[in-house]
Design a protein around this ligand. Structure first.
Ligand SMILES: *Cc1c(COP(=O)(O)O)cnc(C)c1O
Length: 369
């Protein structure tokens, strides 16, 4: 089979065979129940009811599955996907290892719901040291971690998890499947928020879990059908349409991040600059080995909440907004959400504006603030 490049894969993933008179990507199918054959009933059709069955969603799932390299299930949000993986695998008495510096609502969910269900929760920093996995049922890694951008060695940690009899899940939100393919690196599950760079237009919420293990796929499918955490047909269609430009968007975001990092690196009023693509960054070595491209997300510290506010007010092109990976450049002061970061820490997500415009705007806003 031909191994196409990222641009080709992005634009063709999940499309049905060409049919004269039909669109490239069929429009969304809106249905709660579908017509049934009065005699044969549901056995005669793949579409009985909208919660388990939707053609638009299946096309999106085959697209994501092609990019991740394993069958995928779409969920209503990234959070729905992460919690589906945790709750469909973990049982009372199990131990789970989670990133200490990962997406903070996952940590909140673990210390409340999982702990109440009798699951022991261990936190480990993405950059290590990683604990002994003896007796662990599931390890969740997030790399690059949001928001601190540390990176861990997935192949090495997959070996370690499997040697201890543990499953490995990887949150691939920041990287996207074009940045790294956790299943190829040994992970049992690759999951993500599709709300961020995967779809990139800041107009929908989506999550997914991909796995090559049939029993995990089966229990996740049952989990999703019985809890009902499905994305709408319209959002699934919009997400699939957005995937066509994934390669182009990521390429521009990465290039913009490189330009912004170069402009920030020389400034005395910007500290703690982090970008895994920058030589000398603590994540640079592992990221260069493991990742096929570096996300357009940059971390730095402006010293205080006030200065961050002045910087954002002075900028014309950097929107104050949470989330990341969108086509518009945005920045978020993570501490305001209760994230365990310094008051002046900023997560800057580079959009697809022209690099020269973006750098000039950021430099001017820093000079003014
Ligand atoms: C945003 C995010 C999530 C949750 O995704 P939603 O689509 O907002 O529910 C999970 N993991 C990471 C790393 C994220 O950045």
């Amino acid at each position: 089979m031909t191994e196409y490049g990222d641009g080709t894969r992005s634009v063709h993933a999940g499309l049905p065979p060409a049919v004269p008179g039909e669109p490239f990507l069929p429009g969304p199918v809106f249905a709660a129940p579908y017509h049934l054959d009065p005699e044969a009933g549901p056995a005669a059709t793949p579409n009985g009811y909208g919660r388990p069955d939707n053609r638009t969603r299946r096309l999106l799932e085959s697209a994501i599955g092609e990019l991740e390299g394993g069958p995928a299930l779409a969920f209503a949000s990234g959070q729905a996907a992460v919690t589906a993986a945790l709750l469909s695998i973990l049982r009372p008495g199990d131990t789970v290892v989670l990133p200490a510096d990962g997406y903070y609502p996952v940590r909140g969910f673990a210390t409340s719901t999982l702990a109440e269900l009798g699951v022991s929760v261990v936190f480990a920093p993405t950059a290590g040291p990683h604990p002994d996995y003896a007796g662990v049922r599931l390890v969740l890694l997030e790399t690059p971690a949001n928001p601190g951008l540390d990176v861990c060695d997935l192949a090495a940690l997959a070996d370690r998890a499997h040697a201890a009899g543990a499953l490995l899940a990887v949150d691939n939100t920041a990287a996207t499947p074009l940045g790294q393919r956790p299943l190829d690196l040994g992970a049992d599950l690759s999951l993500a928020s599709g709300t961020k760079a995967l779809t990139g237009h800041s107009d929908l919420l989506l999550g997914y879990v991909a796995t090559r293990t049939p029993s995990l796929l089966e229990s996740l499918t049952v989990w999703r059908t019985t809890t009902g955490s499905i994305p709408s047909a319209f959002d699934a269609w919009l997400a699939h349409r957005s995937l066509f430009t994934l390669d182009l968007r990521l390429a521009r975001q990465t290039a913009n991040a490189a330009a912004v990092v170069e402009a920030l690196a020389g400034r005395a009023d910007v500290t703690g600059l982090r970008w895994p693509g920058r030589p000398g960054d603590p994540a640079f070595e592992v990221a260069s080995r493991q990742m096929r491209r570096i996300p357009g997300i940059v971390g730095f510290d402006l010293g205080s909440a006030d200065r961050v506010a002045r910087f954002l007010a002075a900028s014309d092109l950097v929107a104050a907004a949470t989330s990341f990976g969108g086509v518009h450049t945005s920045a978020d002061r993570r501490e305001q959400w209760g994230d365990d970061t310094a008051p002046g820490f900023v997560r800057l997500s580079c959009g697809i504006e022209d690099a020269a415009d973006l750098v000039a705007d950021i430099v001017a806003a820093l000079d003014k603030s």
